[in-house]
Design a protein around this ligand. Structure first.
Ligand code: SAM
Length: 228
């Protein structure tokens, strides 16, 4: 029960607490909201979210309509990673170079361990997003369930509270939260990704990752044995 000044009453639903007046849908224990997250966040009461797991666009520009159209036509636009953008000069990443080439030439562009017997600090190793996940949610920046489920689990260690992903994309964070049994509210501005998430969340959340974990462990061993 939820305590109010007027006495005990049913706790408000996620939609009542977090949808404000935006289009929304409840999925499992979670909620997705179709809104500009900056406007949405400004309308939430203080201290109403307990953890944020998000993957924002680098410049909050690449997901604008004109840039997505350029990407879809293969013309690049911001997706070509220009040498400078928004006052920031990007590190060189010449076309056609592999990470190993960049490491040799620029001594940057890849993570290394400091010693074989020490793990990366503050890093959770992750594979690329598996094909089966990308076929469920074909978003250009879909992140892997194996990675996000670990974050969702540690974000709310006691399982109480709510996670927010203000740049939800096609919902990988919401699906991961559903898979580990914690509620999440995801916000997405693009109508096509908001619609995609309605279908993708139950499918991504239902994936059994046992086989992926084995492949991931193998990939990590190969990575650690690589010599650049
Ligand atoms: C890097 S993607 C996130 C991908 C997501 N992690 C996934 O796995 O599907 C960033 C997303 O933020 C959305 N976005 C950009 N600006 C936004 C805003 N102001 N409010 C809400 N969503 C926004 C974009 O449309 C895009 O789908």
């Amino acid at each position: 029960m939820y305590q109010t000044l007027a006495g005990d009453q049913e706790a408000p639903s996620l939609a009542e607490s977090y949808a404000v007046d935006y289009p929304h849908q409840s999925i499992g224990a979670s909620l997705i909201v179709h809104a500009d997250c900056f406007a949405w966040l400004a309308r939430l009461p203080e201290n109403s979210l307990h953890a944020v797991i998000t993957d924002p666009p680098y410049g909050v520009k690449e997901y604008q309509r004109d840039q997505l159209e350029k990407r879809n036509k293969g013309q690049g636009g911001i997706w070509r990673i220009p040498p400078s953008f928004d006052g920031h000069t990007r590190a060189p990443l010449p076309r056609g170079m592999k990470v190993s080439d960049c490491l040799r030439e620029y001594e940057t562009g890849g993570l290394r361990r400091t010693a074989e017997d020490k793990p990366f600090s503050d890093v959770i190793p992750s594979e690329r997003t598996p094909r089966r996940e990308r076929s469920i949610a074909p978003h250009p920046s879909l992140k892997p369930q194996a990675f996000l489920r670990q974050l969702a689990h540690v974000a709310l260690p006691l399982g109480t509270g709510i996670i927010a992903d203000p740049f939800m994309g096609s919902s990988a964070t919401v699906a991961a939260a559903e898979a580990v049994g914690v509620p999440c509210v995801g916000v997405e501005i693009a109508p096509e990704y908001y619609a995609m998430s309605q279908v993708a969340i139950p499918k991504l959340a239902a994936l059994d990752l046992t086989e992926v974990s084995k492949a991931h462990t193998q990939a990590r061993i190969i990575h650690l044995n690589m010599r650049y």
